[in-house]
Design a binder for this molecule. Sequence first.
Ligand code: 3ON
Ligand code: FE
Length: 493
Amino acid sequence: QTPKIEEKEISGKSYTREDWQGGYKSLTQEFDYWIDDVEGEIPLELQGTLFRNGPGLLDINGQSIHHPFDGDGMISRISFVNGRAHYRNRFVETEGYLSEKKAGKLLHRGVFGTQKPGGWLANIFDFKLKNIANTNVIYWGNKLLALWEAAEPHRLDPNTLETLGKEYFNGVLSEGEAFSAHPRLDPSCEQDNGAPCLVNFAIKPGLSTKITIFELNIAGEVVRKKAHNVPGFCFIHDFVITPHHCIFFQNPVTFNPIPFALGLRGAGECIQVQPNQLTRIIVIPRFPQSEQGDVKILEVRSGFIFHHINAFAVGEEIFVDSICYDTLPEVEPASDFRQVNFEAIAPGQMWRFYLNLKDGTVQRKLIESRCCEFPAIHPAHVGRSYRYLYIGAAHAESGNAPLQALLKIDLESGEKQLWSAAPRGFMGEPIFVPRPGSQKEDDGWVLALVYDAAHHRSDVVILDASDFAKGAIARLHLKHHVPYGLHGNFTSQ
Ligand code: 3ON
Ligand code: FE
């Protein structure tokens, strides 16, 4: 069966680099307004709040940061109320953000190569981490939390977005302890009588790595916390869960911290992907029967993985769906991220891994070769079998390119639908919101921020998840752009 794809025909490339670069300008202003410039109609049943996080500053008072992952976290909040929408944004007031704002200049090293001015002598032996709170934002246990994977969360007021301080969960976290930016929400936790729970992890890398797993109840309390040691250095950005397991892919990388120590490179620039090495898959039971924890380790070739889509158990097997890169270029000190040559980099592609826990073997299959990143699924299917996924995708079917489109994949029939914002639109992470009371898995909406280079502003785009072919059902034009972001969540509260 050939997938049917609706695609606008554009000769040559579907974008220009100048257009794409516009989405990596800082947004310094903080806004608070009702969105009046709306094409189409906001569904009345769509009620709740979309929170998004991402780098808001790509420079500190004119001094460029080295990589977008080093940019200070800025929260956008889009609230949907009775067919109208309200926008507000505010920076997470981390210690680093505030001190640099006050000084009017760059004061801190970043993990991805931002250096203090003054060359290596100004940076040597500075091991401090600037917690930039820029990767995800989630409302859980009546707390709005901005997350960054290498340190503790920042708590924000959900109404004003004011930063309230760092969150330690009643002393469960210690000062500087990590709490990753990729929690998974188990819709029905067996240990908690079927109540939802938040499962998250922390990585403490070294010659061997400590992986800590946290489970939080709906009141936001940590009800389970357990640490596991695994051999070797780990750079793990995301994980997946099933009702009984947490699954980590230990990316095939080596880490040489010497250039970091000497002030020549950021820590993240000392990571080298080893595309010919196998990935170790670490399968950890969520509710271990023994003190050892019964951790299983499997091996497979996967390339580098930032994000997983979902996982679920089928008999003795666990299926894991992930976005894989054949390899990743090193972040280089002398490079400018705005000058990236897209064609020279491997695209992210979707693979399914079949983990056999009985015999320890792993099979894999390519599901989608189109360049894609930032997956979303129905929240009730996290850790369970699922049929539909929504993901940011390149406009063109092959090659690496910026995300300009949304792809919906029906994993059962193989049918695919593409909605593209090319040539001048650039796509952010989609979020699936179920229609209240819906029964069908794709009955709901897909929300995404799209940067529109033609107007140098961003749109909130709403698609009907069951039918991309009818186009956007609403496009909400913001008064300004929102720099390309990372992750967010929707809450109907
Ligand atoms: O030794 C360790 C090395 C290391 C890299 C120490 C460490 C724990 C401090 C560390 C830190 C890692 C951090 C802070 C990682 C942060 C990652 C981040 C902010 C974002 C990752 C984003 C991933 C993707 C795939 C983004 C895609 C973006 C687009 C498609 C463009 O719009
Ligand atoms: Fe991520």
